[in-house]
Design a protein around this ligand. Sequence first.
Ligand code: HEM
Length: 419
Amino acid sequence: MVEAENLIDPKLIPAHGGPPHHLFDQWREQDPVHWNPPLDGYESPMPGASISRGFWVLTRHQDVIEVSRDQEMFSSHEGGPIIWDLEPQQLAMQRANIMGMKPASHRETKKIVVPPFTSAELAAFHPDIDDVATDIVDAIASKGACEFVFDVASQLPVFTFCRLLGVPERLRETVFTLGNQAADTENPARADQDNSAPLALLAIARELAEEKRVKPDDSILSRLVHGEVDGAKLDEDNIGMFFVTLSIAGHETTRNTAVHFIRLMNEYPDQYQLLLSDVDEHLPNAIEEVLRYSPPVVKFRRTAMADTQIGKQRIKRGDKIYLSYPAANRDPTVFSDPHKFDITRANANRHLAFGSGPHFCLGARLARYQLTALLKEIITRIPDIHPNGNLEMLPSIWFNAVIRMPVAFTPEDLRPRQV
Ligand code: HEM
């Protein structure tokens, strides 16, 4: 192992153009539950957060699944779902978030928030998603070039998030800007240098919650305001943190999958040609393979609630555990020839990009629909789209994210007509 390489270093992912698979492969083979020490001099961009203690990194597919499924032994609540060690106030906010709740509250809260994400309710929303995907491509198709991350990939997730949460038109632009800033916590060039974007989103959530209290509608925010957990209404912090969580969880993730898709299709032209030969046939599995090969979320955290064992490794009560989705997705015991990008891979959808167990991504079905709508519109209307200029990655310890990708393509009106 290269001593200097530490998963806490936000420069690691940009330096390797993605998650450090050379380390994951080596650890999975020789040391599958690997100890990652703290990094000297590391400063968290989030006030009240630090890495004072090391953690165990899981690299095997099976271990990530087993630990994710056992939320009594491996808690998202105890130390929160993120790897930083948090001061009490920060930890309280993470615990107010659906991802960090105690198992019983989590189950009850899910009863309120799951219905809008079921296929029956989402189906009613599909025509709007299709229309917005068309509008996004209409806005760039004649230009011949654009910056893909913000002009294209970011737009649909933010629209969707606003629609689901019942954000009125007048606040959409503000929520779009704040959502982008909040998602880029670790970007040193971010606009909210004081990390104020999540707090500003929280303030908007409170304002909107008040409106929905007086005037209910069918949005998720309204359901949260009027729904009950254990016979009691959700408190302000739970509602606000759900709003902030969706603005990040539903946004940066989906946008980066679209970015990785375009990037990978350019890197593997034979796979792209295969996709173009029958878009309806290949697109759904191509999206799964992109999620497997280049998952946008790099990790979540659990905390051991008692002395235990993962594989042959003894784990002490209170130890932090890092679930590595990119490492699990390249586990050769599950995916043959795991470093090969293959859009016809039969079991691509066994990837863990959406996690596993009780905290499995609430928005997975929605994300898949958005990605299919947007990517189909792009590759059928401007199929020669390709990165054109320097691609910039986000310095981050938890997102495999691109923050700038200029692209070029033949303008739609100059393309020969298909007969
Ligand atoms: C490609 C897109 C996406 C990826 C890769 C992704 C990834 C993930 C992962 C890995 C988790 C598991 C967290 C854990 O186990 O601690 C998660 C949870 C979650 N995701 Fe997503 N996500 C995506 C899109 C979305 C969207 C579109 C939404 C909503 C609009 C969303 C909302 C959530 C929520 C609310 C949770 C917490 C669920 C719970 O704790 O029960 N995600 N996501």
